[in-house]
Design a protein around this ligand. Structure first.
Ligand code: ADP
Ligand code: MG
Length: 280
C-alpha cells in the first residue's frame, strides 16, 4: 500500500487531522484475506491481504467500487464474519465474535419498529443493565446531538429516512463504542438529505472524536469526512492507496471547492477509474 499526502497549503494540519498516527493503533487489520465458499466446492476471494491501522480518534474512510469487499471488511471488524487469513486486533486484543466495543450503522434502516425513538437509543444500554438514572441523561444527550429531542416518543414509521439514520447514529454513540463502523449510512438518502447528514455527522464527530471506520462509494463524502481515505481495488479487494486529508477541521460542505479537496478528488478518481491524472 502506498501512502500519499497532498499538501498544497502551508496551513498546519489540525491536531486530529491527517497528522501521521503515533503510538499503537486502536484497530489493526493485519493482512486479512476473506474467501467465501460457494456451492459445488467453488469459492470467491473477496478480500486479499488487507492491512489497515486506525489510530484512536481517527476518522478513516474506505472507498472502492461496488463488490470490492467494503461491507465484508466491516463485518470482519464487527466480528460477524471470520477472516480466512490474517488477524484483527482491537486495542491489542484479537477480535473473536461481536461485542459492544464495536458499534455499527448500516445503510438499511435497522431500528426496531415496535420501539419509540427513545427506546431504540436506550436499547443497548438496557441490555447492558445500565441503571435508569444513568441511561436517561445519556439517551437525552445523544437525541439532542442528532436534533431529535422532539421526536423521542415517535415510532420509526413516523420518521423520514434521514431521521431514522440519525436515530441509528444516536443509538450507536449512546453505547460508547471504541470504534464506530459505518457502512454507507447515507447511501439510501436523497442528495440534499445526504449533505445535511454529512454536516450533522461532522458536527457530532467534533464533539466526541470517536474512532470511525466509514465505508462509502461517494468520493466527495469520503474526503469531506475523513482524516484519511483508503482506496480499494476491484475484487478481490486490496488497499491501493492511503491518502491523508489535511483539510482543516471543523470541516464545512463548502470545502469541496477548495484546491486541496479537488487535488485529492482527482487522485482518487484516477485510482478508481484510471482517469484524471494523465489528462493534465
Ligand atoms: P461491497 O460492500 O464493496 O459492495 P461486499 O463486501 O458486499 O462488497 O462483497 C464483496 C464480494 O463478496 C462480492 O463479490 C460479493 O458478491 C461477495 N460476497 C459477499 N457476501 C457473500 C456471501 N455471503 N457469500 C458469497 N459471496 C459473498
Ligand atoms: Mg457494501
Amino acid at each position: 500500500m502506498r501512502e500519499t499526502t497532498i499538501a498544497l497549503t502551508d496551513r498546519a494540519p489540525s491536531p486530529v487531522g491527517g497528522a501521521a498516527p503515533l503510538g499503537p493503533p486502536l484497530l489493526r487489520i493485519d493482512r486479512v484475506s476473506l474467501r467465501y465458499d460457494l456451492p459445488k466446492g467453488q469459492s470467491v476471494l473477496a478480500l486479499d491481504t488487507v492491512s489497515i491501522d486506525v489510530t484512536g480518534g481517527e476518522f478513516a474512510v474506505i472507498v472502492g467500487p461496488s463488490g470490492c469487499g467494503k461491507s465484508s471488511l466491516l463485518y470482519l471488524v464487527a466480528g460477524l464474519v471470520e477472516p480466512s487469513d490474517g488477524d484483527i486486533f482491537l486495542q491489542g486484543e484479537a477480535v473473536r465474535g461481536p461485542g459492544a466495543a464495536r458499534g455499527m450503522v448500516f445503510q438499511a434502516y435497522t431500528l426496531f419498529p415496535w420501539l419509540t425513538v427513545w427506546e431504540n437509543v436506550e436499547f443497548g444500554l438496557r441490555r447492558r443493565r445500565m441503571p435508569a438514572a444513568e441511561r436517561r441523561p445519556r439517551v437525552a444527550h445523544y437525541l439532542d446531538e442528532v436534533g431529535l429531542t422532539q421526536f423521542a416518543e415517535a415510532y420509526p414509521k413516523q420518521l423520514s429516512g434521514g431521521m431514522m439514520q440519525r436515530v441509528a447514529i444516536a443509538r450507536a454513540l449512546a453505547n460508547d463504542p471504541q470504534v464506530l463502523l459505518m457502512d454507507e449510512p447515507f447511501g439510501a438518502l436523497d442528495s440534499q438529505t445526504r449533505l445535511s447528514m454529512q454536516k450533522l455527522l461532522l458536527r457530532v464527530w467534533e464533539h466526541n472524536h470517536k474512532t470511525v471506520l466509514f465505508v462509502t462509494h461517494d468520493i466527495d463524502e469520503a474526503i469531506l469526512l475523513g482524516d484519511r481515505v483508503l482506496v480499494m481495488s476491484p475484487r478481490p479487494g486490496r488497499i491501493q492507496e492511503s491518502i491523508a486529508v489535511n483539510l482543516p477541521r471543523p470541516r464545512t460542505l463548502a470545502m469541496v471547492m477548495e484546491p486541496e479537496f479537488i487535488a485529492i478528488k482527482r487522485q482518487i478518481v484516477g485510482l478508481l477509474h484510471g482517469v484524471g491524472e494523465e489528462e493534465e
